[in-house]
Design a protein around this ligand. Structure first.
Ligand code: HEC
Ligand code: HEC
Length: 265
């Protein structure tokens, strides 16, 4: 770790990454931290590690239809995964996270978008369509112990010990993790915590469908109409429950949906 102002910035980035609500409270609207999804403080292969992400930007993203700098990519994490709002470009929060990523990426090849270990390893399409009843059984047997039978995780003395998987304190309907295929990949590679790859791929798909068919905060791109928002931003109806009616309630309907973070102009 370098000494001086640059080392201080890297250390601040590490703190923000591991305890986001504590060190970047203005920009976080839930109780998650970056490291809850990017395991081992952003260092673990197959858990979207920062060392593989940093050298792959700038890059075009179809999500916002433009070439994104690394800081712009980080802004997206705050709006969606953290259900918060984007810190301004070159603010200390983004500079610190960028410095921490740069530090972890030392020696990594620049521009290798397919670097081994990057992202979450994609699973093949499931043999059977993901099923919520089977998913609930997997959830109760393998996940509820830590994340709670209500999916709200566990907090001890104000510290999140097990992060929430749905509800007002979790990621919103615009986050990458809300897609059943992304969640299945994350879960198969990383969960249950400490026992990665012990679920079958089918179990990972089923449990991903189950957690992503529960209520969560609104998509910040909400246009005022669930149908329109679904058509515009949730076209993959096979692996995306936004707008569907589950247990008699339409997901994303403002009547039963916690509020979104804000998208800056
Ligand atoms: C709810 C889970 C979750 C949280 C919390 C989260 N992320 Fe992510 N992040 C993801 C997912 C899913 C992706 C997409 C990975 C992929 O493309 O395979 C991603 C992608 C990224 C990428 C791009 C990775 C790449 O290889 O291009 C970066 C950088 C990143 N996140 C940083 C952060 C930071 C910084 C925070 C905290 C401010 C954060 N994330 C919070 C789930 C999360
Ligand atoms: C032994 C406890 C434990 C078990 C069992 C467990 N998890 Fe986790 N889970 C964690 C911890 C701890 C984290 C955060 C990791 C970190 O911060 O390093 C996490 C993170 C997550 C996340 C990303 C953060 C979030 O809140 O969205 C998801 C999704 C998730 N787990 C799903 C599951 C699923 C699905 C199962 C069952 C197949 C499961 N977990 C089983 C402890 C557990």
């Amino acid at each position: 770790m370098p000494e001086g102002p640059f080392g201080d910035m890297i250390k601040l980035g590490q703190k923000i990454f591991n305890h986001t609500p504590k060190y970047a409270p203005k920009y976080v609207g839930n109780s998650l931290s970056c490291a809850n999804c990017h395991l081992d403080a952003g260092r673990l292969a197959d858990s979207a590690p920062l060392w593989a992400a940093y050298p792959a930007y700038p890059a075009y993203r179809s999500k916002n239809k433009k070439v994104n700098s690394y800081q712009e990519r980080l802004q997206g994490c705050f709006m969606y995964s953290m259900n918060g709002k984007a810190p301004p470009l070159n603010s200390d929060v983004l500079l610190a996270l960028e410095s921490y990523s740069y530090f972890l990426a030392k020696g990594a090849p620049v521009g290798d978008e397919k670097m081994a270990g990057r992202g979450f390893p994609k699973l093949a399409a499931p043999a059977e369509s993901p099923d919520l009843t089977r998913g609930q059984k997997v959830y109760e047997a393998s996940c509820a112990l830590c994340h709670g039978s209500d999916g709200q995780g566990r907090t001890v003395n104000g510290q999140v010990v097990f992060p929430p998987l749905w509800g007002k304190n979790s990621y919103n309907w615009g986050a990458g993790m809300h897609s059943v295929s992304t969640a299945a990949s994350f879960i198969h590679a990383n969960m249950p915590f400490g026992m990665p790859k012990t679920l079958t791929e089918q179990q990972a798909w089923d449990v991903a469908a189950y957690i992503n068919s529960r209520p969560r905060p609104q998509d910040p791109r909400f246009t005022g109409s669930v149908e329109e928002t679904r058509a515009k931003f949730h076209p993959n109806t096979k692996y995306d429950y936004y707008g569907q009616t589950i247990d008699g309630k339409q997901l994303g309907n403002p009547a039963n949906t916690p509020p979104a973070g804000t998208v800056p102009k």
